[in-house]
Write a protein that binds this ligand. Sequence first.
Ligand code: G1P
Length: 275
Amino acid sequence: MIKKCLFPAAGYGTRFLPATKAMPKEMLPILTKPLIQYGVEEAMSAGCSIMAIITGRGKRAITDHFDISYELEHQIKNTKKESLLDGIREIIDKCTFTYTRQNEMRGLGDAIYKGKALVGEKYPFAVLLADDLCINENGDGVLTQMIKLYKRYKCSIIATMEVDHQDIHKYGIIEGIELENGIYRVSNMIEKPKNSETSSNLAVIGRYILTPDIFSNIKDTKPDTNREIQLTDALCKMSKKDRVIAYKFQGKRFDCGSIDGFVEATNYLYKKDIV
Ligand code: G1P
């Protein structure tokens, strides 16, 4: 039922300058695959076949990556290198990619709102932030886990993990009541709070299942002091009216939006030989 996955990918990636000057940050490779490909593979194994990407200026490489390169294929045909393209070729064959641009950097909420034209308002959809690379070697990928949960709860689901209290200012933070082990009913959410603003350390991680009423909630959400519309604020609004679930996922998450996390992910996958 959840066939579409939205990938907000319009950010500048300033933390990786100058590498990201002419190349989208989503195309930075962890070993031989760009970050966004890991995300697309996770969505695909969760049953999604429509990948809706919110891009911006200078992001052409993403569109080209998920398209056939006839010249290249011709060049390496019948050589040992041919198999290196098997994975990406399978993605291209099995999925449909749709794109729209976020013209101004107006926050994650605004980016998701731009995606309305791509995912429609009829069915729930997944959202994946490619900066958060999630690996679960022992079982289902994080989106698969969340879609299973959606089938039980039929409401918006947010992936969460506990973080050190001194790091809560880097995340959206969730407050709620634990319904069962690792599953919470959200009662409040705060985007990047100060230490004094919450006692919770449940951080939002870049995986969401959203019901279409997210769009009206985003529309009703005012921009913050940086003129950005936060998805966290729209979800908080939603949680006051309807059930919203936060789910402590199984697996490891790497913050590939930071240099430390990026290096950690690279070393981890290299050692485990996961490519
Ligand atoms: C975004 C969200 C934040 C979430 C984080 C996870 O923030 O706004 O709520 O905790 O992703 O990576 P960003 O990292 O884009 O500033």
